[in-house]
Write a protein that binds this ligand. Sequence first.
Ligand SMILES: Cc1ncc(COP(=O)(O)O)c(C=O)c1O
Length: 460
Amino acid sequence: MPDLIADQFFNDPRVADAKRLVLDALREHQSQLTGPRPPRDDLAQSYDDALAAFSDVRGGALYYRYLGSGLGNGALVELADGSVKYDMITGIGVHGFGHSHASIVSAGLDAAIRDTVMQGNLQQGAESFALGRLLLDKANESGASLAHCFLSTSGATANENALKIAFQKHHPADRVLAFTDCFAGRTVALAQMTDRPKYRDGLPTAMAVDYVPFFNHEDPEASTRHAVRVLERHLSRYPNQHAAMCFELIQGEGGYWPGDRNFFAALIDVLKRADVAVWMDEVQTFGRTTRPFAFQHFDLDEHVDLVTIGKITQVCATLYRDDYKPRPGLVSQTFTGATSSIFAAQAIVEGLINGNHFGEAGRNAQVHERFANHLQRIADAHPGSVAGPFGQGGMIAFTPADGSPDAAKRVAHALFDAGVIGFITGSNPARVRFLPPLGVVTDDDIDAVCAIVEQVVTTT
Ligand SMILES: Cc1ncc(COP(=O)(O)O)c(C=O)c1O
């Protein structure tokens, strides 16, 4: 049988030549980006004008004066004012292979010659199936039993789908459980669950949420006993009314506090006895610990009913056990993702798996250790400048100065001006965090970034 006409096109030597030319040109131009650079004077006015106009169009100022030029080199990104910065936040955990990585550009070129920009419910490509299969295989490799994977375009949509699936399965239960200081997304329901009053200011109460205190690393046993007691009280106050508990295993927006296996296992034990779904929100943690999924890192595989992922995966997804399969009509949407993001997702997940990122001595752990060692050295050399703990895996944080929101914001902006893009997290204390591009960040990058951190925290 002859090849499909599409395959004849994709495999046309002219297409391969064109791709090679683009990638050669990319390599040549990006190699000029070798370290941070200040903005160019001649671009200052047009950049200011563009930022002001953009703020006006979107209805609010940008957090940083960041307009990308469209080119980068590994952990370095060029901005439209000619400056070059180390991107240690990567769009809040999205660009796991940094900027202009050849494999991601190549995936984008492959996607660009497909017939449609978007894929969705009625128009799926084989790549969506391949990605779902890959994610399920990885999720189930050490004891989980997740049968299905439904793709979507944002972490919030993946979480909404998890909520709907859990509610339908446990109908008429209409409450959920979550940790204090959790972040789940920005829909009306998820803003209700997210433990930040500011994020639901003016919104109607969409759903009843009961909070369980998170793990306290300073007192593991007492905090576990306390959390179990609080959970049991919620369950007895509202018998059979909870559909799911959402677990953010390393609190992201809440301050980069890791949990602990025994703590989670104790809560899960109570939830299983009460027939409440165990839902892992891995939108931020996926790909950042010693295993692809953080529930694997914490050895909770066999307890997981639902898992949501996003950010670094480009395409987001809800994975769930077969006994949670929703009835037709509950979960659907026009888009599952852009063809380019579905292609990039495959490249990124495979890149992480094949790139020695996982395991106790894998690259994620090495990146963490190098950052943590530098931050501890800075804390020792300049008491009061920064404090730990420093997060876990590829989620790195430090408390600057007195931990006030003002201090964190001041340091984050001073870092930006000095050539390092991080972000803030948490509120009590407020912290500065990094989500470095794990797929490309080098030891030299980490050393250079931490030298800038040291200079900023001792002078800001
Ligand atoms: C743990 C967690 N869940 C859900 C979300 C929401 O994802 P998105 O912003 O893609 O909707 C986020 C985003 O920061 C997150 O960190």
